[in-house]
Design a protein around this ligand. Structure first.
Ligand code: ZN
Length: 150
C-alpha cells in the first residue's frame, strides 16, 4: 500500500513539474477560465471538439502541483473521448476525489489523484480543471449543438 502510494505521488509530482498539453490550442472550439480562490490556482482550458469528439485539449495557467497535475492528466484523458464520455468522467472524478464511488466510469491514470480525498483543502485544486472543462463545454453548448445538427 505504501509503495502504491509512492507510485501515485510520483505520477502527480511528474505531471505537476512537467505538465502535458501546456499552452494555448489553435484552433480551439471551446475555452473557459477557472479559478480556485482557496489556493489561488488559475487556468484557461482549451478544447477542440469535432463532431462531438474531443480531438485535442490543452491548458495554460499557474497553480499548485495538484491543480497542474490534475489539468495535465485530464487533458491527456480527454483526447479522443466524446463529450458524453468527458461528462461521465468528470462526474466519476468528482466522486473519486471526494471519497465516493465513481461508479462504472473508467478513470485509468486519473485514479492517482484519489489520495486528495484525505486532504479536503486540496479537493478543489484537483477538481478545478474538471469544473473548467464543464464550463468550457457548457459555454459553447448551443453552437456545438447547432454544428452537430442535433
Ligand atoms: Zn491548489
Amino acid at each position: 500500500m505504501a509503495e502504491l502510494r509512492d507510485l501515485y505521488q510520483e505520477v502527480v509530482i511528474d505531471h505537476g513539474r512537467r505538465p502535458r498539453n501546456a499552452g494555448p490550442l489553435a484552433p480551439a472550439s471551446h475555452r473557459a477560465e477557472g479559478f480556485n480562490p482557496l489556493c489561488g490556482d488559475r487556468l484557461t482550458l482549451y478544447l477542440r471538439v469535432v463532431d462531438g469528439v474531443i480531438e485535442a485539449a490543452s491548458f495554460e495557467g499557474g497553480g499548485c502541483a495538484i491543480s497542474t497535475a490534475s489539468a495535465s492528466l485530464m487533458t491527456e484523458a480527454l483526447k479522443g473521448r466524446t463529450v458524453e464520455q468527458a461528462e461521465a468522467m468528470s462526474g466519476g472524478f468528482q466522486a473519486l476525489v471526494t471519497g465516493h464511488d465513481p461508479g462504472p466510469v473508467r478513470l485509468g491514470k486519473l485514479e492517482v489523484l484519489a489520495g486528495v480525498r484525505e486532504f479536503p483543502a486540496r479537493v478543489k485544486c484537483a477538481t478545478l480543471a474538471w469544473h473548467t472543462q464543464r464550463a468550457a463545454l457548457h459555454n459553447d453548448a448551443e453552437a456545438a449543438r447547432t454544428e452537430e445538427g442535433r
